[in-house]
Design a protein around this ligand. Sequence first.
Ligand code: GDP
Ligand code: MG
Length: 639
Amino acid sequence: MNTLNQQYEEKVRPCIDLIDSLRSLGVEKDLALPAIAVIGDQSSGKSSVLEALSGVALPRGSGIVTRCPLELKMKRQKSGEEWYGKISYQDHEEDIDDPADVEKKIKEAQNEMAGIGLGISDELISLEIASPDVPDLTLIDLPGIARVAVKGQPENIGDQIKRLISKFIKKQETISLVVVPCNVDIATTEALKMAQEVDPDGERTLGILTKPDLVDKGTEETVVDIVHNEVIHLKKGYMIVRCRGQKEITEKVSLTDAIEREEAFFKDHTFFNALYDDGHATIPKLAEKLTLELVHHIEKSLPRLEEQIEVKLAQTQAEMERYGSGPPTDAAERLTFLIDKVTAFNQDALNLTVGEELRCGEKLNVFSALRREFAKWRDLLDRSGDDFNVRIEKEVEQYEDKYRGRELPGFINYKTFEGMIKEQIKKLEEPAVRRLKDIGDIVRKVFIQLAHISFTGFPNLLKAVKAKIESIKQEKESTAEVTLRTQFKMELIVYTQDRTYSNSLSERKREEEDYEEMQLDSKATIQELMLHIKSYYRIASLRLADQIPLVIRYQMLQEMATDLQREMLQMLQDKGDLELLLKEDFDIGSKRAALQSRHKLLVLVLVISYILSSPPSYSKKLVRCKSAGYSGHFIWGLG
Ligand code: GDP
Ligand code: MG
């Protein structure tokens, strides 16, 4: 097991497990776990540090070795499951069966992407590794910052690399490790400047000094000062580590042995043993520090998670209530149970038709849909009026032939007027009936939805109620249709109060700007006729705009609910049906159990989350946990 993983197991694992269970419950699907990126000059030891942390061998050596950003996604598997790896870049994707092949595959990928030689590429190589021995963590190895281009490299290679690096370290969930070898002047380090630019408060930047064995004799004390944060201050401070040098790699010193050698190196060092003693040195200590960072990151996201868990918990509770605890066994109690259920449904059916909040807690609203439908009806009336006007205007030319009787110019023919109005009103009848049917469907759907909510788990009861809804809807719809058609029959009587009509007429005259007393020719006559038609149509359409919705609302909502209530009560009378109606869904028991265990899990997760997060006072935490419904024991110590 590698060093970071050991730390991880103890401290981060509870947090990660918490988040895993949340994901399985549908909470926080995309909580970004932190990634650790290393930046620094070429050959400063970046890949070596990542390798020592993760236990995964990466291409490493002198010159530029890391030529593409490499994202190493580690996924922990349950113990016993097999190691697997997958490398992907551009459109290429390949499984890796043997951990020993990883290094070779990365080199191949780099050659593919950046060409054989010294070029670099912006494109990411992604390496996924699943093993019981790695933590859930992403590490990013980046090309080193080149100060000068060497032969065969583009002039601006330095800028290219910097742009690439900042793309990664900009991300809030990235922890940047700035790697600086002990044998260079830290003040001139470009990587440190870059990290400070994207993270000015140093919240997620850590300085890592490498190659302490290669330190210039005489500069050891400066190195100690740097690690003690006395030269260039970083909020998160510095660590110093020693990784395998080229010679040790050639000699095939294992990563485990390297850890021992590192410890011995610091312990024995005249200057650096102080850094070892105060916990600033070695890879295991670095792993410990990074782990704290990861825990910190997760802790920061806890409040948001808690909110989501609380919502889920409330939903689950509501659902549990809906499933209830099942019908009682005693015959008399069973009847009471059914009566209660039916009464609740009846109450909600009524609430639905008056637009009041439902007792079942569900948000069903029929009025918004109805309003939309009624607005469509109103629009149709307006449009139909406009079409009408256009049509008559077109017919002006034929007026003489088509409509004019024996009257002298200037007289409009009342029969013509009446005929045109009737023709127009008739056109509205079928659309009105269609509206009724559409609304009937909407209402039926909402009632059926309510039935589903109210009688979950009782298929026979639900079936009986659905049949009732269906038949009452049919009946109400035909009654409403008769009323609508009668209304249209009445509308064929051209009538309104005199005063209403003359008001409408003078209003229209005012509206028609170009209306003026004209010569008494046929054009003037038709204009006069149109004025009358428009005046009347406005009155009739206002009447219909209200009347049709009133009929529909009365029959399809009010009457429907009343009839449904009556029939439901009648159903209760029939005692023989009682057993049939209360027969439960065969899988209701398992549904109830699933809900209960989900509820338990959510409470537990919430409790863990409360314990891990602030406020730190135990008594406050205790109160929160109890109020979430937790009745178990507490062992304080976590968090
Ligand atoms: P990168 O280019 O920043 O990724 O650097 P590498 O990790 O590839 O390391 C460059 C060279 O430095 C390799 O040959 C490593 O073996 C060597 N190296 C890394 N860390 C140390 C160290 O602590 N001491 C010594 N002596 N050599 C090291
Ligand atoms: Mg490297």
